[in-house]
Design a protein around this ligand. Structure first.
Ligand code: HMH
Length: 222
């Protein structure tokens, strides 16, 4: 396909995994109204832990942008994402209170969550290239954006009490922010060495796998 960015090429190549991450039964359950609310609450508590680990990851991407980027506007885009995370942490506290989920007590991170946070930590390493880190950053945000936007699409039967959660990541502004991240990643990937591009592709696949596992966690059990 002519003029197609690297990321769209990859999304076509890895379509099944991408659909698995963005149309997971957890998301389908929200959008058709059959969601088990205990699963939702479990996700909420676990995602709060994840987002707290996501903050230092984003900080590490800002550091790499400052050191390595060829375009000074990258920093503003990423900084905007960081600011959104500040709101997000506040939102989690409010939302948890609404559902009677106690974030102040220690929530035990599930295995999938711990694995994902450990993966994030590996990406914070100074020897991970900016191109690889920004690709991961885009993918992590894009999975939530695509998933929750689907729950708000025409014809969905998302329960009203879950609309606010879906809005959080499914809103248009968040969609534009994800497109900006995608543009940065695509620009970098175009210029990257084969080796770096390969690493970024493998990292994208890992993100998608971790996202699927993260949704799986809402089912409980392991
Ligand atoms: C697991 N992936 C997970 N949690 C999130 N909050 C996001 C992505 C998007 O910020």
């Amino acid at each position: 396909v002519e003029d197609e960015g690297v990321i769209d090429t990859w999304l076509r190549k890895h379509r099944l995994l991408y659909v698995g991450a963005t149309r997971h039964p957890f998301i389908l359950g929200i959008s058709d109204g059959t969601i088990d609310i205990f699963g939702f609450k479990r996700w909420l508590g676990q995602d709060y832990i994840f987002v707290r680990a996501f903050v230092p990851f984003v900080a590490s991407v800002i550091l790499k942008a400052w050191k390595e980027s060829d375009d000074s506007s990258d920093m503003e885009v990423i900084l905007g994402g960081m600011a959104a995370l500040n709101d997000e942490l506040e939102w989690f506290k409010k939302e948890a209170f609404k559902w009677g989920v106690k974030l102040s007590e220690i929530i035990v991170p599930q295995k999938q969550n711990k694995d994902y946070c450990r993966f994030l930590e590996s990406l914070m390493n100074l020897d991970v290239e900016y191109t690889v880190a920004i690709t991961a950053f885009w993918a992590i945000e894009a999975v939530y954006q695509e998933s929750f936007a689907f729950c708000l699409a025409a014809g969905s039967r998302t329960p009203p009490e879950l609309k606010d959660t879906c809005q959080r990541w499914g809103n248009e502004e968040f969609g534009k922010y994800c497109s900006s991240l995608k543009n940065i990643a695509d620009r970098r990937l175009k210029k990257a060495s084969d080796d770096e591009r390969k690493k970024a592709e493998v990292t994208l696949l890992s993100v998608l796998e971790h996202e699927v596992e993260f949704w799986n966690m809402s089912r409980g059990g392991t």
